[in-house]
Design a protein around this ligand. Structure first.
Ligand SMILES: CC(C)(COP(=O)(O)OP(=O)(O)OC[C@H]1O[C@@H](n2cnc3c(N)ncnc32)[C@H](O)[C@@H]1OP(=O)(O)O)[C@@H](O)C(=O)NCCC(=O)NCCS
Length: 169
């Protein structure tokens, strides 16, 4: 049985491993993410550094035997009337490491962090993505709407469930 992964926030020193995992996610699971591999593969390192973020924005990552195997990002929305809301993005666990609670542990870390920075945490999940949908519902996300035809990947259209957790009424 492998040891529990270490979960910590990424720093700019993790840039190379983060960029590789991000591009792996977009390449292997194109229907799961709004961002496209083709566009992101061409982006400079500076772009990936902005994704790693600066407090309170961040990416939590799971490391096993020094290898980056999963990630989950958090960003606070901008503007006076929106900065009470955060967004969970880029949740991904390497296929070889799935089904062992790493995804849950990552999203739980984002929830703990988000709770002290925003009043609402939103996200979106492709309606046919059963694994991710089950994980988010288990952790308390509720669906507040569906965006029809939200993504078009290789000519196929995908609806997205819009999901949120309200921390404070
Ligand atoms: C969605 C995703 C992040 C989940 O990651 P994961 O690490 O497999 O998630 P978990 O292991 O926490 O949970 C998955 C299942 O494993 C089970 N599990 C958790 N801990 C376990 C353990 N120690 N042993 C065996 N199974 C376990 C969970 O109960 C869960 O099963 P359930 O849904 O039937 O309850 C992963 O499937 C993924 O990267 N998918 C592709 C990208 C994607 O869709 N991202 C989401 C975009 S919105």
């Amino acid at each position: 049985m492998p040891a529990d992964p270490e979960i910590r926030r990424l720093t700019p020193d993790d840039l190379i491993a983060f960029k590789a995992l991000r591009l792996e996610a977009l390449r292997t699971e194109p229907q799961a993410f709004g961002a496209a591999f083709e566009e992101n593969a061409a982006r400079p390192d500076a772009y990936f550094l902005t994704l790693i973020g600066a407090e309170p924005n961040l990416v939590f990552a799971a490391f096993e035997a020094g290898e980056l195997v999963g990630k989950a990002g958090f960003i606070v929305e901008v503007g006076l009337k929106n900065r009470h809301k955060g967004f969970l993005w880029g949740v991904y666990v390497r296929a070889s490491h799935r089904g062992r609670g790493i995804g849950e542990a990552l999203v739980r870390r984002v929830l703990d962090h988000a709770r002290s920075h925003v009043e609402v945490l939103r996200s979106a999940v492709v309606a046919t993505n059963a694994d991710a949908g089950r994980l988010y519902r288990k952790l308390g996300f509720q669906t507040y709407g569906v965006e029809p035809h939200a993504l078009k990947v290789d000519g196929r259209l995908y609806d997205e469930e819009l999901i949120a957790i309200v921390f404070a009424d």
